[in-house]
Design a protein around this ligand. Sequence first.
Ligand code: CAA
Length: 261
Amino acid sequence: GTQYENILVSRPEPNVVLVTLNRPKALNALNSALFKELNKALAEADQDDSVGAMVLTGSEKAFAAGADIKEMKDKTYSDVYKNKFLENWSEIANLRKPVIAAVSGFALGGGCELALMCDIILASPTAKFGQPEINLGVIPGGGGSQRLAHTIGKSKTMELVLTGRNINAEEAERWGIVSRVVGEGEGQVVKEALSVAKLIASKSQIAVQAGKEVVNAAYELSLEEGLRFERRIFHGLFATNDQKEGMAAFAEKRKPNFTHS
Ligand code: CAA
């Protein structure tokens, strides 16, 4: 596979790709080189037929402490405008296959935003989420204000964005930012994320991708449009072999053998 400088890519399960952010000296600060590699690795996994789901993680100390402040600090308006600064970050949100974030330690600023672009967030008890950009004289630029507002509502989003205060894993779970806080211990959250990814990868890839597409549509469409969209996609799945196989297997009391077709 490709050699990367800022991330590690591995295949801990036959159908699951694990991407680990790996700039330990900078607490995985997200510079443009790292993001380029991350986009490339995830796009490759997305296109690889043998991959059913991806897991994204950082270190025990930091998922990611934000965009790289040292790289940003001298940029001018014309630099960031002309170069579409951070625009390529949203490539992650457009992947077809599910990405599960396994968050330990700091997920701040761009790190929090990166986690929010993933489909499921699992947190270790050490996780800390926040949007501290206000302390730098700016605001979130990687989608934090919008994705948080959709997730936790106006008042809580305003508090995070306007005060820069961090919240812990328990609060993040209560607020609905993370789906679960996983038990204590080194590597536990990654282990659990891999097992969720393995479970997802055992399903029909077409049905999984359709499921992701319709859930995401709930953030864009009215309820009536969303319900219609869901039903149409559901109807469409009756054209797949995996629907025939899944339902036949149930009727015959056996395990389905999905062929992703
Ligand atoms: N960018 C660049 N370098 C960073 C960084 C960042 N976001 N976060 C940490 N680092 C670097 C530190 O500069 C330090 O490097 P040196 O050893 O060379 O000095 C190294 O990582 C270790 O960090 P600390 O010594 O600060 O570690 P700590 O444990 O004392 O503190 C922390 C941890 C509270 C997370 C602190 O590092 C911190 O506040 N980081 C910045 C968090 C932040 O403001 N993030 C938002 C960035 S802006 C953004 O993300 C914009 C956007 O919306 C996309």
